[in-house]
Each structure stands twice: as structure tokens, then as C-alpha cells.
Design a protein around this ligand. Structure first.
Ligand SMILES: [Zn+2]
Length: 227
């Protein structure tokens, strides 16, 4: 059996945000790999006045789920907006891979994220410059657009790759008609499917879209800002 066929990706719902009166789910993703479990983004675990005011969140934090924090060998942050790094504090003894540019921006720009979440005590960030093979068949690829320092995770599962894209695309329409370098880079990988942080189903190239998804995109558009 091809070793890469044993790698799987599982979404976990960790929060729901209210954005323009619509519920926007927040997912993190677990990669089960023969050499260890990788968690991509950490969602949110507590309410913060800034987040409550903006998004009135409902939280389903990892710690309250059938989820073993200690079973995670490494964490990846696609980027450091608050809805993607709010659970980082749970992984203080675990290496957290993030692009160096993203880490620098989050630490230097006011309003970029919730600083005490992104820089919780004891976090062990591993700053990454460009592509990195995290494990055999799992690699990090920079995908600038949503933020300049965003990255995606490319998983080889035996056929075409599976991509976990964070907010490199927030809506399916952004992959149907890519407009950022990051989105074009994802499509150039010829992915089988792409998992977004705020959609519960993976995007697939050329797939017929559910009408409600199309309608949601038409209502919202997207201005590139957080979340
Ligand atoms: Zn987000």
C-alpha cells in the first residue's frame, strides 16, 4: 500500500461566528499521519470582548470535544487572525509552524489579532521561510493573499493532493475565480479537494455548487478582511 494513502484529513467545528446576520462556521483540521497527528489552526477557546463585539461567537472549543490535545505532535497556523490561533495556548509544549512573515506581522501590527492569544505564554513557534516538508507527504506552502504571510498545508493522499487552505479562500467562489497569488498557487497544485476554514465541505474543482452556497456568496461577496 502506498504510505501516503494512510494520511487522512478531518474537519472539526470549533466555533460559529455571526457575520452580517449569517452564521459563519470555524473549522480546524486534523491530519492523521503515520508519524503523528498534525492540527491545522486552533480556533478559539474563550470569549474576548473584541471578538464578542465583532462576531457574537458560539464556541465549541477543542477541550470540550472528544479530542485529545496531548495526541497532537505538531500544530500549523495558516495565519494568526484570532479565529485561527485562539487555541494555541493549549499547545504550549508543541511546535507551532507559521510563516515568519505572518509571525512578524501579527506581533508588529496593531489590531492584527488578539495579541495575548497569538503570543500566549510558553508557545514554541517555529518560524518558516517558504516551503517546508513537515512530514513525508505533508508540506507547507506560502499562499499570500488573505494575509501576506498566509500558508496552506498540502497533503499527499495517493492521488491528487488535498489542500487545507485556512482563509486563503474564504468562499468557494474565490477558488472558482482566483484573484490572489495564494489562490492561484492552490489551483496550480491541481488539488483533489481543498478544505476552507469557514466551510464545512471541501471545495472540488469543477464541482457543481449547491445553490445555497452560491446564494451565500452572492449575498456576501468578500472583502478580504478578517475572519
Ligand atoms: Zn478565519
Amino acid at each position: 500500500m502506498n504510505a501516503s494513502a494512510a494520511i487522512t484529513v478531518t474537519p472539526i467545528l470549533v466555533a460559529e461566528l455571526l457575520v452580517e446576520d449569517e452564521v459563519m462556521p470555524v473549522y480546524v483540521h486534523v491530519i492523521d499521519h503515520p508519524e503523528g497527528r498534525v492540527l491545522v489552526d486552533t480556533g478559539m477557546t474563550e470569549l474576548h470582548p473584541a471578538v464578542v463585539a465583532a462576531f457574537d461567537p458560539r464556541l465549541y472549543p477543542l477541550t470540550g470535544q472528544d479530542f485529545v490535545v496531548a495526541g497532537i505532535a505538531m500544530v500549523v497556523n495558516t495565519h494568526l487572525h484570532a479565529d485561527h490561533c485562539g487555541g494555541n495556548h493549549l499547545f504550549a509544549s508543541t511546535p507551532i509552524y507559521v510563516q515568519r512573515r505572518e509571525l512578524d506581522d501579527a506581533r508588529s501590527q496593531d489590531g492584527y489579532t488578539i495579541r495575548e492569544w497569538a503570543d500566549a505564554p510558553g508557545l514554541r513557534y517555529v518560524p518558516v521561510d517558504g516551503e517546508l516538508e513537515l512530514l513525508p507527504g505533508v508540506r507547507l506552502v506560502p499562499a499570500p493573499g488573505h494575509t501576506p504571510g498566509s500558508q496552506v498545508v498540502v497533503v499527499e493522499t495517493g492521488g491528487r493532493p488535498v489542500v487545507i487552505c485556512g482563509d486563503a479562500a474564504v468562499w468557494f467562489g474565490e477558488l472558482d475565480e482566483p484573484s490572489t497569488e495564494g489562490q492561484r498557487r492552490i489551483l496550480a497544485l491541481d488539488p483533489e479537494e481543498v478544505w476552507l476554514a469557514h466551510v464545512g465541505e471541501p471545495w472540488r474543482p469543477g464541482a457543481a455548487r449547491a445553490e445555497d452556497q452560491k446564494a451565500a456568496e452572492a449575498r456576501h461577496g468578500h472583502d478580504g478582511s478578517a475572519p
